[in-house]
Ligand binder design. Sequence first.
Ligand SMILES: Cc1cc2nc3c(=O)[nH]c(=O)nc-3n(C[C@H](O)[C@H](O)[C@H](O)COP(=O)(O)O)c2cc1C
Length: 621
Amino acid sequence: MPLDQEFQSNLIPKQNLPIPDLQLNDSVKTGEILLVDDTNANLKLISDFLRESGFKVRGAKSGWKALKILEITSPDLILLDVVMPEMDGFETCRRLKEWDKTKDIPVIFMTAIADASHPEHKVQGLALGAVDYISKPIQLAEVLARVKTHLHLRFLTKQLQAQNAHLCAEIEVRRKTEEQLRLLERAIAASSNGILISDPHQAGNPVIYANSGFERITGYKREDILGKNCRFLQGTDTKQPALDELHRAIAKGQGTQVVLRNYRKDGTLFWNEFCLNPVRDEAGHLTHFIGVQTDITEHKKREEELQQAKAREKEKAQALEQTLGELKRTQTQLIQTEKMSSLGRMVAGIAHEINNPVSFIYGNLTPAKEYFQGLTQLIELYQQAYPKPTPEIQHFIEEIDLEFLLEDWSKVIHSMQIGAERIEQTVLSLKSFSRLDESELKPVDIHENIDNTLLILQHRLRAEGNRPEIKVMKDYGQLPRVYCYASQLNQVFMNLINNAIDALESQPQPRVITISTALGQNSKIKIQNEQGQTPNPPIPSPNPQYAIIQIADNGIGMCEEVCQQIFDPFFTTKSVGSGTGLGLAISHQIIVEKHQGQIRCISLPGQGTELIVEIPINLAI
Ligand SMILES: Cc1cc2nc3c(=O)[nH]c(=O)nc-3n(C[C@H](O)[C@H](O)[C@H](O)COP(=O)(O)O)c2cc1C
């Protein structure tokens, strides 16, 4: 189908105007006739004759009556007597021709006047619009012949009029169609999109229409493309995934939308948001393809700039976040360092202050013991030499219960010695805990450090008043000396054990803290075979060995949400004032950043908590 016809069929609903078929012969035979005559005999004679000849006939005895009848009927022919009383045939005819309803009905005059002596009557009648004359006396055969002729003419005229009306309507439809076609052409030309139509029934699916939008976008002229396939717009850039999609859609006669890299006539790239659709005829058969190009190069450029700006913003935000994180960490570290250093200084000071007097006590205990033994021997010698003491001495001996005194004195000295030794031990632990000078990596006995921490926390572990004791179960494995920052590691143990004690605070018996140590691989470093599976038993990894310290309590435990936040600075589950929310954050920092290790938490509500610390044993090497 030619393209313009197709546009037309799409734009204007088809108007199948029927060409009128008037069945000429039948209509002539059965035509309706109005007979007007003031003579009854004439009326009867002619109407009988015409009825017998197959016509429908109505009669009227005057011009007035005829006009009355015509108000309700529309005969095909009027036979009109000229000479009639009141209104003659000419006047009646004049009125008929003035009246829209009757002006086209042919009128035949019947008169005896129309003879050779009065030719002007005939002229007058014809001038009034009559089509013919029948002379009286009536010849019935003549009447029939003239009636048939004029009825025939009447029907031919009607048919012509109908055909004319049909043609006029068709012309109007075409005019509108053409108007719409021109509008469509102007609109397509004005579109900023490139619009292309191809004919898939021709070899190579060539373009048969391109609008000015195509010329504006690509820089090519219509003549450059008509009859060719559009793929030349891809230049050498033919490995675009979108082209496969386009190829598939065309092969299946389907529509699709893709974004293509295309090249203008001057070789510059433009991004073509291309929309392809099949055009089908009324039966649904594919006739053409229509492709609409939208140049989105500017849009793409803006999008890319936006993406770059977004990426830059993201980078900035990340840098800011990092700085903020570092600041937070530095702040917490500063606070804690300050706290720990003043605590350390205080502990060291106290240790030093206690150490001196304890040394006096401890140092004097041996001479005190010796002196006492001397005095005891002296008393015994006196008792042997003077078995009967004076009443005054006897009274004093009884008053001081000399026998018990001599027996208990050595016990007193012994317990003083034990007490002094314990104080000495505590002082040693305090010193070792504070170790402010130890800011360097040193090989450390981890077990000793844990024990020192436990010693310092004895007061919280012991049973006191109604508070039952907390049992500490140690399951120490074989650990070599571990290179670490000892005072910082002590800080971690202190935090973890303190937290375990807190978790057991309101727990019923048995209240247990289990501390286990072992040498092992970092739990995150797993040797895998080629299939990505961990062999069983695991092959020892070439990675450095780790000291693994697990501190578990059978306390209240934590839900997963809390577990995920416990290492966040300032996060605390303790009541206001009793926890800073820094302990675990600092512990995390010390283990992960300072010792390149790991710290993890495993916990469930009601099932206790386990904190696992893993630090490499050879950090310094
Ligand atoms: C109506 C029509 C318009 C098209 N317009 C373009 C176009 O603007 N740019 C383009 O790269 N490809 C266009 N194509 C697609 C190519 O003509 C071709 O179909 C495409 O490269 C995939 O087929 P191929 O693998 O045979 O090259 C158009 C296709 C049709 C049917």
